[in-house]
Design a protein around this ligand. Structure first.
Ligand code: 2AM
Length: 176
């Protein structure tokens, strides 16, 4: 199964980003917009693997406390547009530790610098113009989700298969 680790977003954050996507469409931006229920921040992409038990054990061992993060501003990688995160040492540290643990367990990890983003649209065709501004969105990251990426009735769908609650220094695990 195609898996990745993500920060799931609280409903108010998804709603605000949905409004931003509406605003982009209103300004003439077209492309493949992320469905509201698919909005997430990827911590680590795992690709095709069936090692779910190994991953859940790895997450269970992770000692990390909840932390606040802020989504602010839009950015782009080529024709992919995203909402970015404000500089966040705790998020960077979490990804660094995840990558170390994943690598030690034999998973291929991304060696590029982590750029925290929430993809809003792919294959964007845009008219000239500034990105719309939106008020910063702050929320608490208190869990990591192991997500299954698959098609349901032809629709790209992300289904949580495990949630790891962050309650450092000790961890609590919870099966979905
Ligand atoms: P993206 O939003 O930048 O496209 C599920 O596909 C998630 O995993 C998406 O958030 C996607 O990031 C990320 N992803 C998909 N393929 C990837 C890859 N080869 N390397 C890193 N991240 C990937």
């Amino acid at each position: 199964m195609r898996l990745f680790l993500a920060v799931s977003l609280p409903q108010p954050v998804c709603a605000a980003l949905d409004t931003t996507m509406d605003e982009l469409r209103r300004r003439g931006v077209s492309g493949s917009f992320t469905r509201r229920e698919n909005l997430h921040l990827t911590l680590a992409f795992l690709g095709e693997t069936d090692r779910v038990k190994c991953l859940t054990e790895l997450l269970s061992r992770l000692k990390a406390a909840p932390f606040e993060m802020t989504i602010q501003g839009l950015g782009q990688f080529s024709d992919t547009w995203w909402a970015g995160a404000a500089p966040n040492p705790q998020l960077q540290e979490l990804v660094y530790r995840l990558r170390s643990e994943l690598s030690a367990a034999g998973f291929p990890v991304d060696s590029r610098r982590f750029c925290a983003h929430i993809t809003l649209a792919r294959r964007v065709r845009a008219v000239q113009g500034a990105f719309p501004a939106f008020a910063p969105l702050t929320f608490t990251v208190d869990r990591i989700t192991l997500m299954h990426s698959h098609r349901v009735d032809g629709l790209l769908t992300y289904t949580p298969v495990w949630e790891q609650t962050l309650i450092g220094p000790q961890n609590l695990t919870k099966k979905k």
